[in-house]
Design a protein around this ligand. Structure first.
Ligand SMILES: *Cc1c(COP(=O)(O)O)cnc(C)c1O
Length: 411
């Protein structure tokens, strides 16, 4: 979104015009921006065989998936339903990596039946996998290198206490199981959480993985997960993917030389690809002044964008209805009946009831984490692509909310 001729627009379409057509609250994504992010990452690793698996849990609308599939992306999925949505959107089963956590073995079996690449995250499943498939189905193993990374405890997965991956201290046990059953380990995987700051952490993880790789003879890829940091506010440090690309490619080539075969390097970004492409538009319902605070109450809440309340995430907020107004300090809150704050002490151009506010960086973990809490409908989603606006999910209705309810005869 940019301010041109005093009007906030996406690809030259005024946001207010989009809202006039589709209403609020509304998620709007810039599809060309997503393509740009994908190609930027791809180009940063131009010297090696790199394979990007979009982590679709961040934004799972099929139109977004199709767009990324056309760019050549693969998918990282965490449930069978995500895999089904991906297959419907045009991905081939072998382009989809299934990385579930704490699922029953029958989900893994279904994943194999769908033809997905399987990523195994605990010793118990590895043993059951070996017992059933021996060397007939390759898999990859998710390791926990115990590197502390990530902006928030809830999205950091590398710590000692984390439920994710198999600890690298259990490597001897892994090797014993792999050898006993003859399991074909085609990939090693690490995802230590979102918001890793710098190339150094990646290089450290790479070092650990390269070391462990020597114990596995059938490798085809090494998967570094995600952890790319995007800017949520001015001055935030972001991952410099060109710097990372140069350094990591160099180290990878050297490793492949020693390993004796050219492997693929995989990544699974979610946020990096879609976060900045998205905005969330709401309308100011009420301006309410208390002795301490000027609140703007909007027609949405943590049911539609939970990141501020769940992760303490910062989303820039802009009053697009009054781009030249004087700035005043507001706390922007939602309509949910519990503490429901989008932003505290924000400088906004003076807000009047009815004004449109935009929350930036809402592409990732916005709609995909939305719920019907307080029995509210979930928003609509619009994709802007090549200068045109497309509705890609209609607004929910009251009937949608009641869809699964069964009324019993209680007598
Ligand atoms: C969530 C997740 C990702 C994506 O993380 P982002 O911070 O959105 O890039 C990648 N891999 C796995 C296994 C995940 O669970």
């Amino acid at each position: 979104m940019e301010l041109k001729d005093n009007v906030y627009q996406i690809q030259n379409i005024p946001v207010q015009e989009i809202v006039r057509e589709f209403g609020t609250p509304l998620y709007i994504y810039d599809g060309n921006r997503i393509e740009k992010q994908y190609n930027q990452l791809k180009n940063a690793f131009a010297g090696i065989k790199v394979n990007i698996k979009y982590a679709m849990k961040s934004l799972s609308n099929p139109a977004i998936l199709t767009l990324l599939q056309k760019q050549g992306s693969g998918l990282d999925v965490v449930s069978l339903n995500e895999a089904r949505i991906g297959l419907d959107a045009g991905f081939e089963p072998h382009d989809i990596l299934f990385t579930p956590n704490c699922v029953a073995f029958n989900e893994i079996v279904k994943g194999v039946e769908l033809g997905l690449k399987i990523n195994i995250d605990n010793i118990s499943i590895l043993e059951q996998f070996g017992n059933k498939y021996h060397d007939t189905v390759p898999c990859s193993i998710r390791l926990n290198p115990h590197i502390m990374a990530g902006g928030n405890a809830k999205i950091s997965t590398g710590h000692l206490d984390s439920k994710f991956g198999i600890s690298i201290y259990q490597l001897p046990h892994i090797l014993r199981i792999v050898k006993t059953y003859g399991i074909r380990v085609a990939g090693l995987h690490i995802h230590t959480g979102s918001d890793i700051l710098d190339s150094e952490v990646f290089l450290k993880m790479a070092d650990i993985l390269f070391g462990i790789s020597r114990d596995f003879n059938d490798l085809e890829f090494i998967d570094f997960g995600s952890g790319f940091k995007v800017a949520y506010k001015a001055g935030d440090i972001t991952t410099n993917v060109y710097d990372l690309g140069l350094k990591l490619s160099e180290a990878f080539k050297e490793f492949c030389g020693q390993y004796g075969r050219e492997l693929e390097m995989w990544f699974e970004p979610g946020k990096y690809l879609v976060s900045e492409s998205g905005i969330f538009v709401v309308q100011a319902n009420i301006i309410k002044t208390t002795p301490a605070t000027a609140f703007v109450g909007v027609n949405s809440g943590l049911n539609h964008l939970i990141r501020p309340m769940m992760y303490d995430a910062y989303h820039d907020i802009i009053n697009i209805s009054n781009p030249n107004g004087i700035q005043r300090v507001y706390t922007v809150v939602g309509y949910i009946c519990e503490t429901d704050t989008f932003g505290t002490d924000r400088k906004l151009h003076e807000v009047k009831e009815g004004d449109l506010l935009v929350m930036k960086n809402a592409g990732a973990y916005g709609f995909s984490m939305a719920s019907n809490y307080n029995s509210r409908e979930r928003p609509a989603e619009v994709l802007i692509y090549n200068g045109k606006a497309h509705l890609i999910r209609r607004r929910e209705t009251f009937e949608d909310i009641l869809n699964t309810v069964v009324v019993p005869q209680l007598d």
